[in-house]
Design a protein around this ligand. Structure first.
Ligand code: PPE
Length: 313
């Protein structure tokens, strides 16, 4: 994988190869951590982080849901991230903050284990491939259901919960597909292994609502706003499995995947990305890269020049 020079770990900048933990780290055994996936994009004004505060807010909420107090303020984390990007010299990158229960007592009560926080950055290209982003990916409906709110917390972005996505992803890739779409515990369409899902039919855009056990995607929210600004109707409602194959257009959104069209589901061909997908993808891409004035406030620019001047002085 692509590395960086430095990682931020519990308040310090450490060399990539020194960012280590003990094997009895609680979260390594029990999945007791929460994380975020964020991207910074190259813009005219330097690197800019997409919806940074929304991600940091979701990190804190995920932590709360698992009774973890993050011992840093949102300002501290934002500042650390800016500094990390500047010191690593990245113009664009993926950002992975992680808060986890560290080394301490073993056993299932984690409350006396320390909450450790790290932020890593690296260069990460198109998650489902450049070709997939342009021409669409092949997806299958997973035999695994998305974690249900009866057992876990779909709205939290928690480490252990991702075993669900891992099983679905392995199943899909072993069978020759690029991505899996999971149904929820009511057999309605839920989401991809790391993306929210949108169905376009007769000019209207549909996506599952919050009661469908989705993660409240920040790109989902952004794309819904862009679609409405473009004049499309976006409806949040239950989506039946068959509606995937009956869709005129289908696409996924997520930080890693950005907006990725789906060109077939369970080998039913939907064809190349449609007009509505392309129209939204174009504006979304402009928004990410700071080319859309209307969505400028979504970007948190990193003032690299001021930071290196400061470091030099
Ligand atoms: N659902 C899930 C399960 C999910 O993991 C993500 C993000 C989303 C929806 C979309 O959320 P948002 O990024 O806020 O629009 N998945 C992250 C992790 C991917 C990974 O492989 O790791 C991501 O995209 O960063």
């Amino acid at each position: 994988m692509n590395t960086a020079d430095l990682i931020w770990m519990n308040g310090e900048f450490v060399a990539w190869e020194d960012a280590k933990v003990h094997v009895l780290t609680h979260s390594l055994h029990y999945g007791t951590g929460v994380f975020e996936g964020i991207r910074a994009y190259e813009t005219e004004r330097g690197p800019a982080i997409f919806r940074h505060l929304d991600h940091l807010d979701r990190l804190r909420k995920s932590a709360q849901l698992y009774y973890m107090d993050i011992p840093y303020s949102t300002d501290d984390l934002r500042e650390a991230t800016h500094e990390l990007i500047a010191r690593n010299g990245f113009r664009s990158c993926y950002i992975r903050p992680l808060a986890f229960r560290g080394y301490g007592p073993m056993g299932l009560d984690p409350l006396s284990n320390p909450v450790e926080v790290t932020i890593a950055v690296w260069e990460w290209g198109a998650y489902l491939g450049e070709e997939g982003k342009r021409n669409g990916v092949r997806a299958r409906v997973s035999s695994w259901r998305r974690i249900s709110p009866e057992s876990l917390i779909p709205h939290a972005k928690a480490c252990g919960q991702y075993l669900n996505s891992v099983l679905a992803k392995i199943e899909a890739t072993k069978a020759g597909y690029e991505e899996a779409i999971l149904l929820d515990h009511h057999s309605n369409v839920c989401e991809g292994t790391g993306e929210n899902v949108f169905v376009v039919r007769d000019g209207t855009i549909f996506t599952p609502g919050h009661s469908a056990s989705i993660l409240d995607g920040i790109n989902r929210k952004s794309v819904m706003e862009i679609a409405r600004d473009l004049g499309y109707t976006v409806v949040e409602r239950d989506i039946a499995r068959a509606e995937l194959a009956l869709a005129d257009e289908l696409f996924l959104t997520g930080t890693a995947a950005e907006l990725t069209p789906v060109r077939s589901v369970d080998d039913v061909e939907l064809g190349p990305p449609g007009e509505i997908t392309r129209a939204i993808q174009r504006v979304f891409d402009d928004a990410l890269h700071g080319r859309a004035e209307r969505y400028r406030e979504w970007l948190d620019p990193v003032d690299v020049a001021a930071r290196s001047a400061h470091a030099a002085g």
